[in-house]
Design a protein. Structure first.
Length: 135
């Protein structure tokens, strides 16, 4: 899907892209394991609820636990997010969740910690349910 290529062309770059000043940062977050849909939704909703005004742009491709062969495209600006789009297949062999953030006064470490906590918790619960339920 060539239309997705520009979204991810700089993702292998491992440095911040501060083009507007010290308070504006652009960075990517890569998550190797599939994420439960409920954990991802909760993480995004809490992030938007608490930091929405400073989430200048979020876009990405997400590998969900319920159907890891069909990624979801997400895109939003501040508190406004478009309906996620489920693709029929991955646009390339790289099947990692990749999110790009352009933020104001939100360090990359804050986003990493936030997503790590919520996706780990959500994935643990989702996997427990798949394996026979929570005890």
């Amino acid at each position: 899907m060539p239309w997705l290529a520009p979204w991810f062309e700089d993702l292998d770059d491992d440095h911040d892209h501060n083009h507007q000043g010290e308070d504006i940062q652009a960075y990517s977050l890569v998550i190797e394991q599939p994420i439960s849909a409920s954990a991802f939704s909760l993480a995004m909703n809490l992030m938007v609820g608490s930091k929405g005004v400073d989430l200048l742009r979020v876009k990405g491709i997400v590998r969900l636990l319920d159907d890891p062969d069909r990624p979801v495209i997400v895109h939003g600006v501040q508190h406004v997010f478009h309906e996620p789009i489920r693709l029929d297949s991955w646009p390339s062999g790289d099947r990692l969740t990749r999110l790009v953030f352009i933020t104001r006064n939100i360090p990359k470490k804050t986003v990493e910690t936030f997503f790590s906590a919520w996706t780990t918790l959500g994935n643990d619960r989702a996997l427990a349910a798949i394996d026979g339920g929570l005890s």
